[in-house]
Design a protein. Structure first.
Length: 274
């Protein structure tokens, strides 16, 4: 357990001795963590993109972790989801030598104290484009920053009710930086392989609460480019489609949720009105 982490009692034998040793270790590490925090952020400017050269693009990796499919509103064409927006990037101004700070290798800081890529949901349907809960970010001594804020999103979704109530729906969530174009923030999927813009399993479903109404068939993620200033007017690119790099483009990460309606009305009885 690295210094600066929370104190925890561990083990069954010698619990009192272990707890006393652990408390002593943490109490001695706290001054180092505080000193590190002050050294890193005392003159830190969170408004400046953390790159050595202004012409460099900063790679930001993103992945969604779906917790719950709250609702698919067929009438209003809105999908409501509860998820975590996992993001990571490198900030050269947040690097340090652990041996100079009592062996501290990791530090948790309020995310609104550091630079963050303003990743928003572009096809938002309720006005809250950005993450509203500013949870803490995790800093590693290598300069790697990880931020996993939770969010409840309402995204617009084109609904096809031709085969209702045994219908399949494909809902797309389009994420991108609100401020920076593709030459400033290079948006990538965490699980993306070199040479491809498609991730077959683009959404983490390991902690997904199964819906009684909808079954998720597939969740690919597609990296695409859209002209800056008109992100909503650009059509969704086809899988594998090559993108031009000859002008300013906004990099988008689109996660497609293909849903299958479970159950329906069977037999000679008419479906009740909705």
């Amino acid at each position: 357990m690295p210094c600066g982490a929370n104190c925890q009692q561990r083990g069954n034998g010698g619990r009192n001795v272990a707890a006393k040793w652990q408390a002593t270790r943490c109490s001695t590490a706290n001054p180092d963590a505080k000193r590190l925090y002050d050294d890193l952020l005392s003159n830190y400017n969170k408004l400046v993109r953390p790159v050595v050269n202004v012409t460099d693009a900063l790679t930001v990796r993103i992945k969604l972790k779906l917790s719950q499919l709250i609702d698919v509103n067929l009438k209003n064409q809105i999908m409501t989801t509860n998820l975590w927006v996992e993001q990571s990037w490198y900030d050269y101004k947040l690097k340090w030598e652990p041996k100079e700070y009592g062996g501290v290798e990791m530090l948790h800081v309020p995310s609104d104290h550091i630079w963050r890529p303003d990743i928003v949901l572009y096809n938002n349907a309720d006005g809250n484009f950005e993450v509203t809960l500013a949870t803490k970010a995790t800093l590693n001594y290598t300069g790697r920053v990880e931020w996993r804020p939770p969010a409840i999103y309402k995204s617009s979704c084109e609904i096809d009710v031709e085969y209702f109530p045994f219908d399949e729906q494909t809902c797309v969530m389009k994420f991108g930086s609100w401020t920076y174009d593709g030459f400033q923030v290079d948006l990538r999927h965490i699980d993306e392989l070199n040479g491809t813009n498609v991730v077959e399993v683009g959404v983490d479903l390991s902690e997904f609460y199964t819906s009684v109404e909808w079954d998720i068939l597939e969740v690919p993620a597609v990296r695409s480019r859209m002209p800056t200033g008109h992100p909503q007017q650009q059509q969704q690119p086809r899988r594998g489609e090559e993108e031009a790099d000859d002008d300013d483009k906004l990099l988008m990460m689109s996660c497609k949720c293909k849903l299958l309606k479970l159950g329906g009305c069977v037999g000679v009885w008419a479906c009740p009105p909705f």
